[in-house]
Design a protein around this ligand. Structure first.
Ligand SMILES: [Zn+2]
Length: 409
């Protein structure tokens, strides 16, 4: 039996019905030492000493042959903000289609962005909170995400409380009503840190969406953000990745973190990201600093530290430089290419992302190339795009979760 078949079996046993995201509880993976045989379609019946299959489980199916898959990521998205006089100021006008100009560049098997604003049914004209930066959006505004081709949006970011608990509760419901998948939504039930599953083209893609930034503390009786310090990533997230690894083809960490407007990730971010890759993540994709940061290769994967703003109101020289990150995985579940499509936030007719070509493309590429070079990563130029390839195709490792620290005597 091939190593791939061995690795697929737990996925089949754990496969759940339904196409929506399924939080994966951090239960230990099945013991690797005693795998049950996979069952190709022309095999004899399962031997009687195989693990019993509950009567209501779907029958074991032949693993469908996978074709390559492309996952595409963008950074921070808002649709407007509350001004100093406390009234809401929308970015797209009533007849604008903010993602139309970049939709072709984003087209992918799976498109994921960071929704830096909560959603609510009746967007209040006056902000319910008093902070300087307060975002919010209605279901009608969120329809732009559908038009842009998004699959899933992370809600794990520092603006989750901008419409108070109502926004935390409404946001995932509204996304689902629109056919979009919420990731990292605030919740009242554990586990806070969980891998959510997106099934696409026979792939099971697991996304772990978390934030290391929040603007408001957690209040009792309200949903809680999947928030943790970056220095706790390895201890708290590596066991979650290890538990989900056997039942997923890919594990992506989508993380809101870092320092605003910093050119480079902090050393503790680099350590945390590499630990997650070492413990079985395929890719770490970050956002929050409002500017592009570099991409770093590590082992069989890579870290994109910050994708910057994507649909945002700050269009100063550097924050308007952005991009679309495309990861192509082979049927062997290995990263084949990582492509960075340069983009920028165009200011007319209203602010919106657009592909960056000519002088602007060069400016975006120069920033990405320079910042990545300081992370020992260099790209190939393909047309307007920057690419990384030749990643080693080794099995994703999922060592056991670190042992809990013994209590002090
Ligand atoms: Zn943020």
């Amino acid at each position: 039996m091939s190593a791939r078949a061995l690795r697929l079996l737990p996925a089949l046993l754990l496969a759940c019905s339904g196409g929506g995201p399924t939080p994966t509880a951090p239960t230990p993976p099945p013991p690797a030492a005693a795998p049950a045989p996979a069952v190709p379609s022309d095999s004899p019946p399962v031997p009687s000493d195989s693990p019993p299959v509950p009567a209501d489980s779907p029958p074991l199916a032949t693993p469908a042959p996978l074709a390559a898959i492309e996952l595409t990521f963008v950074g921070d998205i808002i649709f407007g903000r509350y001004r100093g006089d406390n009234t809401f100021d929308a970015i797209p006008g009533p007849d604008d289609h903010p993602f139309a100009e970049i939709a072709e560049t984003m087209r992918s098997d799976l498109l994921i962005g960071n929704l830096e604003t909560p959603l609510t049914r009746d967007l209040p004209h006056k902000s319910p909170i008093g902070a300087q930066y307060r975002f919010g959006a209605s279901k009608e505004m969120a329809q732009h995400l559908v038009d842009g081709g998004f699959t899933a949006l992370s809600l794990a970011n520092n603006h989750a409380f901008d419409l108070r608990a109502q926004g935390m509760l409404d946001s995932p419901v509204i996304l689902r009503e629109l056919g979009l998948i919420p990731l990292g939504a605030s919740r009242t039930e554990p586990p806070l840190f969980r891998v959510e599953t997106i099934e696409r083209n026979h792939w099971k893609v697991g996304i772990l969406a978390v934030t290391a930034r929040r603007n408001a503390p957690h209040f009792d009786g309200t949903p809680e953000l999947p928030f943790l310090s970056t220095t706790d990533f390895d201890a708290l997230l590596s066991p979650v990745i290890a538990a989900a690894r056997p039942s997923h083809d890919l594990i992506i960490v989508f993380v809101h973190w870092g320092e605003e407007y910093a050119d480079d990730p902090a050393p503790h971010q680099r350590r945390a990201a590499k630990a997650l890759l070492d413990h079985g993540a395929d890719l770490v994709v970050g956002h929050h600093p409002h500017v592009l940061q570099g991409i770093e290769r590590h082992g069989r994967g890579a870290v994109a530290y910050s994708l910057g703003n994507f649909l945002f109101e700050n269009t100063h020289d550097i924050p308007r430089l952005t991009g679309v990150l495309r990861a192509r995985f082979t049927p062997e579940r290995c990263l084949e290419t990582l492509t960075f499509h340069p983009a920028y936030i165009k200011r007319i007719p209203s602010k919106h992302p657009a592909p960056a070509t000519r002088g602007l493309g060069k400016q975006v590429r120069e920033r990405m190339t320079t910042l990545s070079a300081s992370l020992d990563t260099s790209f190939e130029l393909r047309g307007e795009d920057l690419t990384l390839s030749s990643f080693p195709c080794t099995p994703a490792t999922a060592p056991p979760p670190p042992a809990p620290t013994p209590a002090a005597p």
